[in-house]
Design a protein around this ligand. Structure first.
Ligand SMILES: *[C@@H]1O[C@H](CO)[C@@H](O)[C@H](O)[C@H]1NC(C)=O
Ligand SMILES: *[C@@H]1O[C@H](CO)[C@@H](O)[C@H](O)[C@H]1NC(C)=O
Ligand SMILES: *[C@@H]1O[C@H](CO)[C@@H](O)[C@H](O)[C@H]1NC(C)=O
Ligand SMILES: *[C@@H]1O[C@H](CO)[C@@H](O)[C@H](O)[C@H]1NC(C)=O
Ligand SMILES: *[C@@H]1O[C@H](CO)[C@@H](O)[C@H](O)[C@H]1NC(C)=O
Ligand SMILES: *[C@@H]1O[C@H](CO)[C@@H](O)[C@H](O)[C@H]1NC(C)=O
Ligand SMILES: *[C@@H]1O[C@H](CO)[C@@H](O)[C@H](O)[C@H]1NC(C)=O
Ligand SMILES: *[C@@H]1O[C@H](CO)[C@@H](O)[C@H](O)[C@H]1NC(C)=O
Length: 315
């Protein structure tokens, strides 16, 4: 890996003035700065701005983010060998507090954001939508608030969105349904409202979906039945109702029974009632079924007969 001489940056001696100059120039309109900076310099500016938005770093993980080293050597940063462009921002469990700089959207080669288990707050900047190479957006166990950024739906290579255990509000953006490569979507343990969008039936690569512990309402969309690659589905602890074939019946989403790869279903704490659909026996891989605190199966013990067709089913 080619790491250029740090003096290339002019930061080795009177770094402060040069840094100031760089910031001033970067804040000029784009047509002025265009052509004058390489992508790798844009990376460096964006990282310095990321650090600038950190209010507390008790473990000193960002101490290495100084001018004596190329930014590709800073802790938590990974660059690709060929272009020397930042491809990963890996700072999990670093006890960092602060907000996420919108300039993070300037890392045009970024594939991995791993910032789980910190105390990041504020919104997820819409600029993240400019990271068209992004694969992983991992921000669980922070205190992020605001709404889920719609523009993330433009990151067409995304495979994992993990935002559970935050304080996100508002609706699940229906636009996320366009993420054809998305395998994992975890938005549990937030304060999300509204319905689960029917467009999520377009998430053709999805393996795991978790919406638990939110304030979601309404019926889960029938389109969930399109998700035949689904293995893990958790919708419990919301205010969801069962699928309404008519407005008066609230039944377990029968459509789930088409997702024949399902291994884990959590529908606990929902206002479901009626019989347990015998069709669940088609889910041959089912290992865990949580239907706690519903009114299901109260009619007859026969409702649960299907469960004997499974070897290791936990209910
Ligand atoms: C930045 O990238 C340009 C070409 O894109 C390259 O010539 C230069 O050496 C790189 N500088 C650093 C510090 O990586
Ligand atoms: C700058 O970073 C290097 C590691 O990359 C570290 O050894 C050094 O102590 C840092 N300097 C300051 C002033 O924090
Ligand atoms: C970097 O991001 C900022 C804020 O999002 C933007 O104003 C600026 O034009 C971007 N710079 C480059 C070189 O992309
Ligand atoms: C979000 O996406 C829209 C539509 O592509 C675009 O116009 C807007 O500039 C994006 N916002 C940011 C902050 O990148
Ligand atoms: C996130 O927080 C929850 C609740 O405090 C905890 O159960 C879970 O293990 C945490 N996850 C990670 C990855 O630390
Ligand atoms: C969740 O959002 C509602 C408004 O939509 C608000 O009244 C409530 O206090 C929020 N709950 C938490 C735990 O933030
Ligand atoms: C996504 O799903 C919605 C609702 O199910 C549907 O109307 C739409 O055509 C789908 N879009 C794509 C791109 O598949
Ligand atoms: C209970 O069982 C009876 C007779 O089998 C049936 O008519 C009725 O619809 C069932 N009720 C529910 C809530 O499943």
């Amino acid at each position: 890996m080619k790491i250029p001489n740090p003096t290339f940056w002019g930061f080795s001696s009177s770094s402060a003035n040069i840094l100031l100059l760089v910031f001033v120039v970067m804040n000029l309109p784009q047509n002025v700065s265009a052509g004058r900076f390489d992508g790798n310099e844009t990376d460096r500016i964006a990282l310095l701005e990321f650090k600038n938005q950190i209010s507390s770093d008790p473990k000193g993980v960002l101490n290495s983010w100084n001018h004596s080293h190329h930014h590709c050597q800073w802790q938590g940063i990974r660059c690709d060998a060929r272009h020397q462009m930042v491809i990963a921002l890996n700072l999990p469990g670093a006890s960092l507090s602060g907000s996420i700089s919108p300039r993070t959207g300037n890392h045009s080669f970024l594939k991995f954001i791993h910032l789980e288990e910190n105390q990041f707050h504020g919104g997820i900047p819409q600029e993240v939508g400019r990271l068209f190479r992004l694969r992983f957006l991992n921000l669980p166990n922070n205190t992020m608030n605001g709404e889920m950024p719609v523009n993330v739906s433009q990151c067409s290579k995304l495979r994992v969105i993990s935002l559970n255990w935050n304080k996100l509000e508002g609706k699940n953006p229906s636009e996320l349904g366009s993420l054809k490569k998305l395998e994992i979507l975890y938005v549990g343990a937030n304060n999300l409202t509204g319905k689960i969008p029917s467009t999520f039936g377009n998430l053709s690569s999805i393996n795991a979906l978790s919406f638990t512990f939110n304030n979601l309402k309404g019926n889960p969309p029938e389109e969930i039945s399109f998700l035949t690659s689904l293995i893990f589905l958790a919708m419990g602890s919301n205010k969801l109702t069962g699928i309404a074939r008519n407005h008066f019946s609230r039944k377990i989403p029968v459509s789930v029974t088409n997702c024949y790869n399902l291994e884990v279903i959590d529908l606990g704490n929902k206002k479901l009632e009626g019989g347990v659909p015998y069709d669940l026996r088609h889910l041959l891989n089912l290992r865990i079924l949580s239907l706690q605190r519903n009114l299901l199966g109260g009619n007859s013990t026969k409702d649960w007969d299907f469960s004997y067709t499974f070897d290791k089913l936990q209910i």
